[in-house]
Design a protein around this ligand. Structure first.
Ligand code: BDP
Length: 702
């Protein structure tokens, strides 16, 4: 089916000179014999070469002088060859690899080597990627190693196979047919992840069901672990804090209760009997109704450390989420995670990571980076990005997320002076962290092309690449992905790359320009709902976030308001506090400003806001032109599916513009500036819309 192959399509090499070069290179391959992981790597190389070179490669199990390619661990290479390679293996760690062509006994030999099996697997994918990028291998010298330890997908999959905030069908995990039936999809999923270096997955929703920790499910999880193991992927499960009560028959889940502690120890031991390389637990506690240590008057540290102690003897980790805000706390929601967690810096056990969303609210089209990243030098902070597009148009809108990821990672926390970027915090280099990680909430489901929108595949791909190397730039990633997925044609690449790179700014413009945020319709988050005001908790209402009134619009987070800026380094707080120096893309995030406030370009705030909404719509129109102009380079089916999706995106961009502007106009009481299209419907019409078909909603919000 179209799109099923993802970026592993291995299209035929059409360029004759390069084809010839590759054919010469792959005359005789020595591939070190070995375990399941090496076999997986060898299988992948066979598939790739067969497809790209139209010919089955010649593999040798014994090293001989005819070999033109040698793929083996360092410990398996003869010393004369190692000498030729002249490479310092210490810099590779366990996961890194080197790909190098050397002159050996008067012949060119391409070597792929590493310290460990997993390095060989990544090296083979690295080699295949070079070929998909159509790079010459004649003088290749590439070494690469990941900069982050845990590179993880978080699935928000429920046990009934619905996916919270999932827009690409149902959950891949077929609990009914497991453990006996191994769907080919599990294998292809593992291949795709390994190809970009993802080495951990959490299978289940953070709004957890304790049943996943019972033997009936564990034997199924075990079967998945067996499929993922050769691809270097560890399984994590979400642990519901109240599991000792729900499946353990205890009366409490108090982390300081001895019976509770013993229960978790026993449970963890049981899990490791099924899955000896189990990764650990991902926990959402005391957040949005999930139980947690605070139910018993205990702290996040008490809860996390209790689980960490149970996992420690087995080498497992606790990933404790910092996405908390409380109904009892009336302070600005944006401040609450910091308030709850920063005092605990240095108090978590060594195998605890605190997983923090990229921004302080909730995966909005744009947020300033989360202030916790600059404030917990003694705690391994794991980044949580959302790959599934809950607030960015679901799987219907083309939005290239690596642009967003890059913006966050390149942000400067100033926590140790200028240049203290979030990327350095995540990679652990800023504060010498031993354990590092990055997680992405998966956008994957049973849809034939995995992600619903074909371009949403680029977000899975890009997330993996950036988890491997948080310093990578989004343009490089777009380039790689287009070539591996669609076409090698330079015209196509240039056009589509620029379309992808502007797509994120487009969605910000037509949904949440100038720092607006969380003005989505309730529950499902499909479409605009800036007028929503009657939900029980104030911070669930969009009016809480935009605070539009007769005088102006925006959330004052400066010292005269909620003072959330005080959670940033003083240098940064100073910049954010003054509307004149605050980057305009964060203006209404940090300030409540009058409708006639003058923007940098001379427009009033009202006019500027309206023009931004219009610009977003216009950018989508341009994307459509670009896509149509590129028709000749791809198949009609490929062209048509994205064309249809772009038409929906355009319609929805206009909907956002019109609904938001009509609503905000009731406060600004000003006409739309020239250049902004007149809405074709009334505000009452937009308010009346209902969406019983919106996918991915959490059941409790129906
Ligand atoms: C919000 C989602 C909700 C998740 C929550 C979380 O709307 O479905 O459960 O985040 O991350 O964005 O826990």
């Amino acid at each position: 089916p179209p799109g099923y192959d993802l970026w592993l399509g291995y299209s035929e090499i059409e360029e004759p000179a390069l084809l010839k070069e590759y054919q010469n290179t792959f005359k005789s391959i020595y591939f070190q014999n070995g375990n399941e992981m090496l076999h997986a790597a060898e299988r992948e190389l066979t598939t790739g070469i067969k497809k790209m070179l139209r010919k089955l490669p010649d593999f040798e199990k014994l090293r001989n002088s005819e070999n033109t390619v040698v793929i083996a661990k360092k410990s398996n290479l003869e010393s004369s060859l190692l000498k030729r390679l002249a490479f310092d293996f210490d810099q590779l760690g366990a996961d890194g690899f080197v790909i190098k062509t050397v002159l050996f006994e008067r012949k060119q030999v391409l070597i792929v080597t590493a310290n460990e099996d997993i390095g060989i697997l990544y090296g083979v994918f690295g080699l295949l990627n070079l070929m998909q990028q159509r790079e010459s291998l004649k003088h290749i010298m590439l070494s690469d190693a990941p900069k982050v330890n845990i590179r993880m997908l978080n699935h928000w999959d429920n046990l009934d196979r619905t996916v919270e905030r999932g827009y690409a069908g149902f959950s891949l995990w077929n609990w009914q047919k497991l453990p006996e039936y191994i769907d080919q999809r599990y294998i292809d999923y593992a291949r795709a992840n390994a190809s970009i270096g993802i080495n951990a997955v959490s299978l289940t929703n953070v709004n957890a069901n304790a049943l996943i920790l019972t033997p009936a499910y564990l034997e199924k999880v075990q079967a998945l672990a067996k499929v993922f193991r050769p691809y270097g992927i560890k399984i994590y499960l979400t642990a519901r804090f109240s599991a000792p009560i729900e499946i353990g028959g205890l009366e409490t889940a108090d982390p300081l209760d001895l019976n509770v502690q013993n229960w978790w120890h026993g449970k963890v031991k049981e899990i490791y009997d099924y899955i000896p390389d189990f990764g650990g637990f991902l926990v959402k506690a005391n957040s949005e109704g999930q139980p947690g240590p605070q139910n018993y008057g205990r702290s996040h540290v008490d809860g996390a450390n209790m689980m960490a102690m149970a996992l420690e003897p087995f080498g497992g980790n606790v990933i404790w989420r910092a996405f908390v805000y409380s109904e009892h706390d009336t302070s600005d929601r944006a401040k609450q995670a910091y308030t709850q967690f920063v005092p605990f810096d240095g108090k978590f056990r060594d195998n605890v990571l605190v997983q923090t969303k990229n921004g302080a609210i909730d995966f909005q089209p744009r947020e300033p980076f989360h202030p916790m990243f600059g404030a917990m030098p003694k705690t391994p902070l794991m980044m949580e990005f959302q790959i599934t597009q809950e607030y960015l148009g679901f799987s219907t809108h083309l939005v290239f997320l690596p642009k967003l990821f890059e913006e966050v990672l390149h942000s400067d926390t100033y926590s140790k002076g200028k240049g203290s970027t979030v990327a350095k915090v995540i990679a652990g280099s800023l504060n010498q962290k031993k354990l590092t990680g990055m997680a992405g909430v998966a956008n994957i489901g049973t849809d034939l092309n995995w992600t619903g929108h074909p371009f949403a595949q680029a977000n899975w791909y890009g997330f993996g690449r950036m988890a491997w190397d948080p310093y990578l730039d989004s343009e490089t990633i777009a380039n790689e992905w287009i070539k591996a997925t669609y076409s090698q044609n330079p015209n196509f690449i240039t056009a589509i790359k620029s379309m992808m790179l502007t797509s994120r700014e487009a969605v910000v413009n037509y949904m949440n320009p100038l720092g607006l945020h969380h003005i989505f319709d309730t529950g499902h988050h499909y479409g605009p709902g800036p007028w929503v005001s009657e939900l029980s908790r104030p911070e669930w209402n969009p009016v809480y976030y935009h605070k539009a009134d007769e005088k102006g619009i925006g959330f004052n987070r400066t010292p005269s308001g909620s003072d959330a800026t005080a959670q940033y380094a003083p240098e940064l707080a100073k910049i954010f506090n003054d509307p004149k120096t605050c980057p305009e893309e964060y203006l209404l995030w940090f300030h409540h400003l009058p409708w006639d406030y003058k923007l940098k370009n001379g427009h009033t705030l009202w006019d500027g806001l309206a023009l931004k909404y219009q610009q977003g719509v216009d950018q989508v129109k341009t994307m459509i032109v670009t896509w149509d102009d590129s028709k000749q380079y791809i198949t009609p089916e490929q062209h048509n599916e994205v064309r249809m999706l772009l038409q929906i995106q355009l319609r929805e961009a206009k909907w956002w513009r019109d609904a938001c502007l009509l609503y905000f106009q009731t406060f600004s009481k000003q006409a739309l500036p020239e250049g902004v299209n007149k809405p074709t419907k009334t505000l009452a019409y937009y308010k009346s819309l209902k969406f019983p078909f919106a996918p991915g909603i959490r059941p409790q919000w129906h």
